[in-house]
Unconditional design. Structure first.
Length: 288
């Protein structure tokens, strides 16, 4: 014989309230475990850090506008150990070495702040530009992201100029297996070092990077990259190359990433431009 169980209104309300409280109590911890810390794969990563995630940058963490051009790129101060070779110079001065380190922090799911805090280099001025930035991803979907970024390049040497940049970073993801990093950034340097009135008051550069990050299994990644920098809005500097690396993910979103990259500069006749560059680095992620 079939029996139907009927609950009184008071009992059913109590059971529903208890179930709702159980779900609400469990939801924050589950969401926190999924959304903070290091992303599981390189291609599946967003353009901003997950909330409450601290990243220690001992190398480039992306290959978009924050690893290209004259600000946070090979033509200025950048992240990681960077070895640049100019074969047109004498043997004792043909290699230029610099190392840049800093950190980033995810404030919200679409808001990140960071800084290249300690750039050191060989040759003349020992320190480069200290470069803080703020990035907001105002479009953020599973397949497409677009953001706004403001950057300030603070000089630490006598012969350096104050700079600022306004960027539009773009990420395109294909099935979480391929990530295309591109965008455009206007970089401006103000001529603060001349008192004789000569030269321009400001120098404008336009930076357009393009990189394809492809997952290899769960932990590896590689891909080609290129950058197009219009120096003084007049002279085009093109760099082509590739990058690769591996990630190690621990508990609670902690992890590490090891990267390497190289670039070959097409316009080698421009004064001060290297023939090629090698980059090595590590990034440490902590889910807080």
């Amino acid at each position: 014989m079939n029996r139907t169980l009927y609950l009184s209104p008071s009992r059913s309300s109590l059971l529903a309230a208890a179930a709702l409280l159980t779900v609400l109590h469990a939801a924050p911890s589950a969401a926190h475990a999924q959304r903070n810390g290091m992303a599981r794969t390189y291609a599946g990563r967003g353009m901003t850090l997950n909330p409450h995630t601290l990243r220690i940058d001992l190398g480039p963490y992306e290959h978009g506008i924050n690893d290209s051009g004259t600000i946070l790129g090979p033509l200025g101060s950048g992240y990681g150990l960077r070895v640049q070779v100019d074969t047109d110079l004498p043997d004792d001065r043909d290699t230029h070495v610099q190392f840049g380190s800093g950190f980033g922090y995810g404030i919200l799911r679409t808001l990140e702040v960071g800084v290249l805090a300690f750039p050191v280099r060989s040759g003349g001025d020992r320190f480069g530009h200290v470069t803080p930035y703020l990035r907001w991803a105002f479009v953020s979907t599973a397949a497409f992201e677009m953001g706004l970024q403001a950057t300030l390049a603070i000089p630490t040497g006598r012969d350096e100029n104050l700079g600022t940049a306004f960027g539009l970073p773009i990420n395109i993801r294909i099935d979480d297996k391929v990530r295309i990093e591109t965008g455009v950034e206007l970089e401006i340097f103000f001529d603060t070092g001349r008192d004789d009135g000569t030269g321009d008051d400001a120098y404008l550069h336009l930076d357009i990077p393009l990189a394809f990050g492809i997952n290899v299994g769960r932990n590896g990644f590689f891909g080609p990259r290129a950058s197009f920098t219009i120096v003084d809005l007049d002279d085009l500097v093109v760099a082509v190359g590739g990058f690769g690396g591996a990630t190690i993910r621990g508990r609670r979103g902690h992890g590490a990433e090891f990267t390497g990259a190289f670039s070959f500069f097409v316009d080698q006749q421009r004064p001060g431009l290297p023939d090629y560059e090698f980059v090595f680095g590590t990034n440490l992620y902590f889910g807080l």
